[in-house]
Design a protein around this ligand. Structure first.
Ligand SMILES: [Zn+2]
Length: 98
């Protein structure tokens, strides 16, 4: 199998030009007899829409984040900042700072 995509990769569907961000790439399709990587994408689903999987070999990689230490955080050259999402969660109780 050729090199697959990783979560957070920015990819484009060759046929349609759709821009996608990989969410999870842990899917494999075995229908054709040889394994093909599939991936789900980060997007808000419209009501009634089911989560769609894409074939990795029908897409090309546009950008893979390369996070480097930058002033105490991790940042990619494109400006994307690495986050665990923990900083966007509401605190569970009263927060004290000391
Ligand atoms: Zn980047």
């Amino acid at each position: 199998m050729s090199e697959g995509f990783l979560p957070m990769d920015h990819v484009r569907v060759k046929a349609t030009g759709e821009d996608l961000y990989v969410n999870s790439a842990h899917y494999v399709c075995l229908e054709s007899g040889k394994p093909r990587q599939m991936f789900s994408v980060c997007r808000r689903l419209k009501p009634g829409e089911t989560r769609k999987l894409y074939y990795a070999d029908e897409c090309e990689l546009i950008h893979r984040h390369d996070f480097q230490p930058y002033k105490g955080i991790l940042r990619c050259g494109c400006g994307q900042v690495y986050t665990t999402m923990a900083d966007t969660m509401m605190p569970r109780g009263e927060v004290t700072w000391n």
